[in-house]
Design a protein around this ligand. Sequence first.
Ligand SMILES: Cc1ncc(COP(=O)(O)O)c(C=O)c1O
Length: 378
Amino acid sequence: MTSITSEELTIPVNEPVLGTSELAYVREAVETGWISSDGRFVGEFERAFAAFCRRRHGVAVCNGSAALEVATAAVNLQPGDEVILPTFTIIACATAIIERGAIPVLVDSEPDTWNMDTHQIADRITPRTRAIMPVHMYGHPVDMDPLLELAEAHHLLVIEDAAEVHGAEYRGRRCGSLGDISTFSFYANKIVTTGEGGMLVTDDDALAERCRLHRNLCFQGPRRFVHQELGRNFRMTNLQAAVGVAQMERIEESIAKKRWIGQSYTERLQGIPGLLLPIERPWAKHVYWVYGLILDDTVLFDATEFARRLAARGVQTRPFFWPMHEQPVFRQMGLFLNERYPVAERLARRGLYLPSGMALTESQLGYVCDAVRAVLKV
Ligand SMILES: Cc1ncc(COP(=O)(O)O)c(C=O)c1O
């Protein structure tokens, strides 16, 4: 057994690392009174993050779900428009489409990258299709070229959900630079965090302007309280952005830490019967936002039982996403009835992720691997 001290139990699924710069910048925001969405840090964070994504514009918002809603509003998605997305994703993706009266159209996932199978998109395109929403899953980029070719051929928008993949690359191109508009989350478990937070990035000047409008109640024109469109208040505060600016100062270090966690887990867990581990395609830079595992058919229990047994050994985990076509809320709305996506259904039932937070230590990682072996009795 790898040794571990008692205070390290339970090992949390995520723990952020916040340093002295975060504290200094938040202190500055508090001391100067700039605590709402005005103040120097919001613009600084937007510029730093957009530059990191190799984009012209960054528009900070209050979370990644809001970023998706601003994106679908900014591109003017209309009732009846169809958007193609993976069924295996977080509900925020589908919500941002449905909020506009538009229709989510699903595709299944690849069994090994857990990303949307971009070869299934062509069959789902209809005259009503307006956009494709790729979602890079758990740190690994989507195979974007087939998707981008279809988008170009059919004049479709690409709304890229890069919430989980800060710094990941597809054929040398950074995730977040691959859509007409791309969104991020900065929740506490993300590679760059602001506690709660999100951002849209784009190269399109007019689209960026529409994002700024839609994060801010669509205040527009000479009479501030006279509105041409409906918007929401999705602004990020200067307090959050202060944390973000500090986090950007060590983003490369954070990505390196995540890759170390991912590669270390793989080294220690590979060869264990019953487990399917994450893969990294030759064209991908995986950032291992979280480290997922799938139980194969030789294991006689499911991911819920796996999680319970790991928890009994002091290891916290999280289940994988539950597919959109199996969501009771969407079934009640008459969506996705009789649709089946076997890969996603399997991932949901057989997958979970291990402690993968920025603060994870080598001894904790070793302990987790020992617990996985013990639960699988190898
Ligand atoms: C792929 C994806 N999109 C969107 C979101 C929503 O982000 P937030 O939790 O900041 O609202 C998440 C959250 O983790 C996510 O994983």
